[in-house]
Write a new protein. Structure first.
Length: 255
């Protein structure tokens, strides 16, 4: 299965990719940021390096998707090839930061590539307001992101909303992240209801261990689980792992 996480800069894609990969024990595929030779140059002079950086991302993402499909593994992917073309390249062109001939060349290459690709089985779109994006960007404190303007993020957000409103390549789940802290177990653990698990064919994690019930919740959360099943006296007991703020520990909530 191939799940892809989409969203603006600072929306929480990398965090959710990491958490879901740990939770389901799937392989994460992260965006090539640290090894992008154009990134620093692009943020210093967007007009000069816009075409170069978009071609780098397009090539990287195409190779990544081909590897995902050929591997046969269950994968969580940080950002999609569709965002490169429909959001970032299109935005640079509309801002006058990419020449028409370069944009037309880019679009032609993208359209050719997508004929060889299969869309993700599930796309998760992280919706975030500009203040949330700014807060997340400031928190992670990447040097090359400090020059990103509010108008640039706003333009990207508008394009994301336009794109996602017409997305029909496959199943789509939208999560509003303005009031979420994804690294908080209480926020992260219950994004997927039983109905959503069935609809999107997401796995649940089963633990068959001889742990005392008081320790089982802590064991589960340490292993990335928010839903557990365990056997006790020939009965399967199922429950969600919830933080217990009064006792500063995790509790197993059995419905």
């Amino acid at each position: 299965m191939h799940i892809a996480i989409a969203g603006n800069i600072g929306s929480g894609k990398t965090t959710l990719t990491r958490l879901l990969a740990k939770h389901f024990n799937w392989k994460p595929h992260f965006e090539e940021v640290e090894h992008n030779p154009y990134l620093d140059s692009f943020y210093e002079d967007m007009q000069r390096w816009s075409f170069n950086i978009q071609i780098f991302f397009l090539n990287s993402r195409f190779r990544q998707v081909m590897d995902i499909r050929n591997s046969g593994e269950n994968v969580i992917q940080d950002r999609t090839i569709y965002e490169d073309a429909n959001i970032f390249a299109a935005n640079l062109y509309s801002m006058g930061l990419m020449e028409t001939r370069d944009f037309e060349n880019y679009k032609s290459l993208f359209e050719l590539m997508t004929k060889f690709l299969q869309a993700p089985d599930l796309l998760i779109y992280l919706r975030a307001s500009v203040p949330t994006l700014i807060r997340h960007i400031a928190k992670r404190n990447r040097d090359y992101e400090q020059s990103i303007s509010i108008s640039y993020l706003t333009n990207l957000n508008e394009r994301y909303e336009e794109w996602i409103s017409h997305y029909n390549e496959g199943k789509l789940l939208i999560i509003d992240t303005d009031n979420l802290e994804l690294e908080n177990p209480e926020d992260f653990g219950f994004r997927f209801t039983e109905k959503e698990r069935y609809k999107y064919k997401l796995p649940r994690i089963r633990l068959s261990v001889n742990y005392p019930i008081n320790d089982l919740a802590t064991f589960a959360i340490e292993h990335g689980c928010t839903y557990v099943e365990f056997r006790r006296a020939n009965l399967w007991i199922r429950g969600d792992v919830l933080p217990n703020p009064e006792h500063k520990q995790y509790s197993l909530i059995i419905p």
